[in-house]
Write a protein of this length. Structure first.
Ligand SMILES: N[C@@H](CCC(=O)N[C@@H](CS)C(=O)NCC(=O)O)C(=O)O
Length: 205
């Protein structure tokens, strides 16, 4: 049995999208960040960094129970387990996916989160930070727009690279900044939003 411990945030949606794409059965375990449930003793055993998402699979490699935390580990694990087309085994194609997957996980999301913090959520307004992170987000959207010129997805076919970027584009690109200046990103976003797995993954809980 797979348990996904998560909340309705960008990284949480990435993990849920990946699990939904496999079609495997799973149990959703909400960890309410507003109530600081990520600091609960049981959850910290799964995610010592007190962050969602975390995943437990009681039918891991060799039948072992495995636990993991972070969208990166979960996306690669779930793709290998149940949706290999999302993380191609061919070494050349995998490098192309890795480039954008790691960028999405380690650069795009953390910087987009700073934009979200300073421009949307922080009650204290820091104009220099707002200006900086808005410029950074616009620059990254421009980069993604260029990458999607003449191709449907970031790295060949739909993959975990796209999943690692989609939630922040949905949240900050569509809702906060607007994708009018980024037509390729807009087309890419709408194609992903239409996937049944993505629609299930974004259902509120
Ligand atoms: N590198 C991790 C980051 C996970 C992360 O930032 N989780 C946030 C929500 S999006 C969280 O749980 N924050 C609560 C905390 O830090 O206490 C990933 O890719 O999933």
């Amino acid at each position: 049995m797979i348990e996904l411990h998560t909340w309705m945030t960008d990284n949480g949606f990435k993990a849920r999208q990946a699990v939904e794409e496999t079609g495997l059965e799973y149990v959703l375990k909400p960890i309410n960040l507003r109530h600081k449930e990520q600091f609960g003793a049981e959850f910290l055993k799964l995610s010592p960094v007190h962050q969602i998402p975390a995943l437990v699979d009681s039918d891991g490699p060799g039948g072992a129970t495995v636990t993991m935390f972070g969208s990166g580990s979960i996306l690669t694990y779930m793709a290998k387990k149940g949706a290999p087309e999302l993380y191609p085994e061919d070494p050349i194609r995998r490098i192309a996916v890795d480039n954008w997957f790691y960028w999405g996980t380690s650069t795009f999301t953390p910087l987009a989160q700073q934009f979200g913090h300073y421009t949307i959520r922080s009650p204290e307004k820091v104009p220099a930070a707002q200006k900086h992170y808005e410029a950074v987000l616009l620059d990254m959207l421009g980069t993604i727009n260029k990458q999607l010129d003449g191709q449907d997805y970031l790295a060949g076919d739909y993959s975990i690279a796209d999943i690692s970027c989609y939630p922040d584009i949905h949240i900050h690109g569509v809702d906060d900044i607007g994708l009018g200046d980024f037509p390729n990103v807009s087309r890419w976003h709408d194609a992903i939003a239409a996937r049944p797995a993505v629609q299930r993954a974004w259902e509120k809980f």
